[in-house]
Design a protein around this ligand. Structure first.
Ligand code: NAP
Length: 292
């Protein structure tokens, strides 16, 4: 954080809106990067209840706040209040980054960038593959968009506790992206063991296993995993979830959600400042950071 005598009328304010917001690692990450690059910005957390979203956006414009991240519960509702949307944000129908350009609010979905960067080393392996996505919320929507748009996967299984939500996500992508090869399943181990075991990539895009429920896992059945697989858990609190630990014990390549978190932040940082965030150093620090 810049010292008080360095903050003045030139300092640009960015931040994050959400509710609750107290556990966000974004202020630490962005303020570290601003200091490191000697940029005259500060990043602040704003706890905004759902009912106050529209008023908060008017306040942001009036105060000349340069940009902000958007987190739960506003990512989808904010779409209706913005002046412009990037192509990715339009298709995913969710925004996690906003740029204020002279009073006009432009929405982006940089989660998509974070997912892409996490998986890009496996692009060749994922082409024409079968993948399984656990969860059917906003994060699953970004994952499925990225898999179809950037990785040319062949088939997608959506596995979710509430099958109606999985069905509606399937219908969404069939109509928006004309992707037909999606099947839906209820998350009910051991019924999905074979589905998982035949997937090249398994993504946990649900909140199962996140602190304080770190003893939970979408499945604990070891036969779901094998050494040819890539297993990606969007959760990064804890850094190694029970789901990843079980997958690793079966020889799978495991990826946690930290890289996605840092890369979505880096893209937002670039949209606000036109500068590159020092992502390697930030990942190192966050890997050591006590889990919240
Ligand atoms: P969301 O819209 O609230 O969706 C939550 C999903 O988790 C739903 O599919 C829900 O199933 C499922 N779920 C929750 N609790 C469950 C339980 N006890 N048993 C079975 N299913 C359960 O949340 P989201 O925004 O998609 O976020 C999902 C996860 O991704 C969160 O852990 C979030 O922290 C993480 N995430 C990480 C990053 C990153 O940068 N790494 C970015 C975004 C999100 P139902 O449909 O049945 O309710």
């Amino acid at each position: 954080m810049r010292s008080l005598n360095e903050i003045n009328h030139n300092t640009k304010i960015v931040g994050v809106i959400g509710h609750p917001i107290k556990h966000s690692l974004s202020p630490m990450m962005h303020n570290y990067a601003f200091n490191k690059l000697d940029l005259d910005y500060v990043y602040l957390p704003f706890d905004i209840a759902a009912a106050n979203l529209k008023d908060a956006l008017r306040g942001i414009v009036a105060l000349g706040i340069k940009g902000f991240n958007v987190t739960i519960p506003h990512k989808e509702r904010i779409v209706d209040f913005l002046d412009e949307l990037s192509d990715g944000a339009k298709i995913v129908n969710a925004v996690n980054t906003v740029v204020n350009e002279n009073g006009k609010l432009h929405g982006y979905n940089t989660d998509v960038e974070g997912i892409f960067r996490t998986l890009e080393d496996y692009k060749d392996e994922l082409r024409d593959s079968t993948v399984s996505v656990i969860g059917a919320g906003g994060a699953a929507r970004s994952v499925i968009y990225t898999l179809i748009n950037s990785f040319n996967v062949e088939k997608i299984n959506i596995i979710n506790r509430t099958t109606e939500k999985a069905e509606s996500l399937k219908d969404y992508f069939t109509s928006k992206m004309l992707f037909e090869k999606i099947k839906t399943y209820e998350l009910a181990p051991p019924d999905v063991t074979e589905i998982l075991s035949k997937s090249k990539l398994i993504v946990n895009a649900s909140s199962i296993g996140m602190m304080p429920e770190e003893d939970d896992s979408p499945t604990t059945i070891v036969e779901s995993f094998n050494s040819n697989q890539i297993v990606f858990d969007l959760v990064y609190n804890p850094r190694k979830t029970k789901f990843l630990a079980i997958a690793e014990s079966q020889g799978a390549t495991i990826l946690n959600g930290l890289k996605m978190f840092v890369e979505q932040g880096a893209r937002a940082f670039e949209l606000w400042t036109n500068e590159k965030m020092p992502t390697d150093r930030i990942s190192e620090i966050l890997n050591k950071e006590p889990e919240l």
